[in-house]
Structure formats: structure tokens, C-alpha cells
Design a protein around this ligand. Structure first.
Ligand SMILES: [Zn+2]
Length: 366
């Protein structure tokens, strides 16, 4: 396995401490295992049922908190029949645990003892928990405005919490300075191993729908790691000859911070930073996703689109979902809000999956 730069194609050994290429490009993992149906460990009710398809070689036992294999629950919202994938039931309350679990097992294999990470909350809480589980020291840089319950969660796992005043991007700058001192940057958006963990959501959806791909996947997008992970997972299933077609990917952003939406509307191939407003969808408040080019390509290739919704629509959608017994954070509800705009695009007979990415219990009362 190697890390390959998506911009200049240069490769690096996968155990490097580099978090991006010298040219500034982002890495993808090259030589990761593909999907083999007969190698699913069907007795394991976590994402480790796909262990043979994950880039973890470590033989000393897997570090796990039982992540993955979340329920798929059917409901109707705004006249659309959808299957909700309950990612908020993950060990730390968000989908991030899929990526973190795989990353932490790779880190153990590499002998990494200390990591830094920046996050608006959920990724930091996830890394803090798995670091605690595996005896790795973690330092998490968060914007000072992050939800108090997410900050509390990070510190209760005994990670060192560094609050950074100002916009989300300041926390990213601060962590990059710390990484420059030689500490491993366990970034949930730069590090390609997290995408490897996130691809398992596609495998699970395929199994849970009776070995078939859905027609549509609608999901919130900030850095877009879940979208790219799902895209990769469905691609693996296609390569293995198990599905004919990947689902259409519908990326949803807040209209107060919508760089992907703008790039898509302007028919660009890459995403450029935008001026953002303050949105209640704090988990996707990202002015420039580092894998923007890949996101645009994945959406276009699958025949999906990019949508943007307002905070008002998001809160209404959050409440609609709660009336059906499902309590999510506002960031997750943007995907539900987008169903109104997707009415003409999604047929009534089609199968649509919406991952409910984060728990309502961690969000501020709004
Ligand atoms: Zn490069």
C-alpha cells in the first residue's frame, strides 16, 4: 500500500507522517483491498465483519468500540419514502467512528503514540474516544464556538482540548502548526485511512437492502468524507460485480456556507473558498473542502446534484424527523430538508437512503 498525491501523482510509503504532498495535494490510498463477498465475517455485527476489505494488517487484536452495522429504518418525510441509516447510534454518537476506528488501528500498527486533530466537535470526540481506548495521547483543536456538549465529551475522554477563538479555519491552522513540530496529524479529512473506514457504510447498506444498491443517497456535506467513503464503497461493489450501478449521490450544504454548491452551479471542476455566514449546521461549516475536486466528480459521475438549504428549513426538517422518533443534530437534518427540493428528481418507487449522521443529544437546544 502507498499514499498517492491526487494532484501530482507522487507516491509516499503509507507509514509516512506527512499529511499531504509536498505540492500541497491530498493523498489517496493506493493498493487497498477490494470487496470479496465470501470474506464477510457474518457473525460479527460491527464494521469489522469487513475486516478482509480494510487496510489493517495488525495482528495483535483489533481496537473496537463495536462501531458500524447501524440499523436501517424506513420512514416517510415530505411525501418521500426513505431509509434512514442510524449513524448517530455509533459509540460516540456520529458516523465519524467508522473512519476513526480504522485510522486508530493503522496508527497502532505504525507505533504512533501522540496525535493532533482539528474538528468542529464530532470528529474530535470520536478520535478522543478511540485514543483513550488504544492508549494514544490526543490533542484536539476546536473552534471555541463548538457545542458545549461536544467539548465536554472530548475532555471527558481525557483528550487535551485546545479551544481556538475565531472561525473554524483558525483551528485548522493551529493544528497544522502543531503537526509541523512532528506530531502525527490524525486528520479526519486529510488522512485517507478514514475514507477506508467510511466505505463500510456502502457495504452495510447493500447487505441491509438485500444485496442491492439504493437508487439515491442524500447526505450532508462539509469536507464530504462520508460521501467519498460511500462513493468508494459502492465502486468496490461494482468492481466485484455485485451491483450494476452506484446510487446517485446528492450532496447537501447549508446555504450560509455552500462552496460545493457554488462550484457545482458555476460548472467548475474545483471548489474555491467562499465567504460564509454562521449556520446552525456547524458540522458542515467548511469554507473549502480539501477534496472538493473529488466531490464534484463523484456527484457528477453518479448523476446526482448539489443542493443548499436554509437554517429555517433545516430546523423544520429536524422537527419533522423528531415527530417520527428520530432525534438528530441540525447538521444531519440538512439532508432531510433537501428532500423537498428533490421531489421532482426522485421517483416514488425508488430506494433512497439518508444517513442520519449525528445525535441530537450533543447539539445545543434550538
Ligand atoms: Zn503532489
Amino acid at each position: 500500500m502507498n499514499l498517492r498525491c491526487l494532484s501530482c501523482k507522487r507516491t509516499y510509503p503509507y507509514d509516512t507522517y506527512r499529511w499531504r504532498c509536498d505540492c500541497g495535494g491530498v493523498f489517496e490510498l493506493e493498493g487497498a483491498p477490494g470487496f470479496v463477498k465470501d470474506e464477510i465475517e457474518t457473525g460479527d455485527c460491527s464494521l469489522w465483519r469487513y475486516r478482509a476489505m480494510l487496510p489493517v494488517k495488525y495482528e495483535g487484536g483489533i481496537i473496537s468500540l463495536g462501531e458500524g452495522f447501524t440499523p436501517l429504518v424506513e420512514t416517510q418525510v415530505y411525501g418521500a419514502r426513505i431509509h434512514c441509516k442510524l449513524e448517530f447510534l455509533a459509540p460516540t454518537g456520529s458516523f465519524k467512528d467508522r473512519g476513526t476506528a480504522v485510522l486508530v488501528n493503522v496508527l497502532r500498527e505504525l507505533g504512533v503514540k501522540r496525535v493532533v486533530e482539528d474538528s468542529s466537535g464530532n470528529a474530535g470526540a470520536s478520535l478522543a474516544a478511540y485514543a483513550a481506548r488504544s492508549g494514544i495521547e490526543a490533542e484536539i483543536y476546536v473552534p471555541a464556538y463548538a457545542s458545549p456538549s461536544k467539548l465536554h465529551q472530548i475532555s471527558i475522554y481525557r483528550a487535551k482540548l485546545v479551544k481556538v477563538e475565531g472561525p473554524r479555519e483558525r483551528a485548522a491552522q493551529a493544528v497544522q502548526e502543531a503537526a509541523a513540530q512532528g506530531t502525527y496529524y490524525a486528520s479526519h479529512y486529510y488522512n485517507p485511512f478514514t475514507l477506508e473506514g467510511l466505505k463500510t457504510i456502502a457495504y452495510e447498506i447493500w447487505e441491509q437492502l438485500g444485496w442491492r444498491a439504493p437508487d439515491n443517497l442524500v447526505l450532508p456535506v462539509g469536507h464530504g468524507t462520508l460521501l467519498l467513503g460511500a462513493y468508494r464503497g459502492f465502486k468496490d461493489l461494482r468492481t466485484a460485480g455485485l451491483i450494476k450501478k452506484s446510487p446517485r449521490l446528492f450532496a447537501v450544504q447549508s446555504n450560509l456556507c455552500a462552496p460545493l454548491y457554488e462550484a457545482y452551479q458555476r460548472e467548475l471542476d474545483d471548489v474555491f473558498p467562499i465567504e460564509k455566514g454562521q449556520t446552525i449546521a456547524e458540522g458542515i461549516s467548511i469554507v473549502q473542502p480539501v477534496r472538493g475536486r473529488q466531490l464534484l466528480a463523484a456527484v457528477r459521475e453518479t448523476g446526482g446534484t448539489v443542493l443548499a438549504v436554509s437554517d429555517e428549513e433545516t430546523l423544520c426538517a429536524r422537527d419533522e424527523l423528531a415527530r417520527r422518533g428520530l432525534y438528530v443534530e441540525p447538521t444531519s437534518a440538512v439532508a432531510i430538508a433537501a428532500l423537498l427540493q428533490l421531489r421532482g428528481l426522485i421517483g416514488l418507487e425508488e430506494i433512497t437512503v439518508v444517513p442520519l449522521t449525528g445525535s441530537g443529544l450533543k447539539s445545543q437546544a434550538t
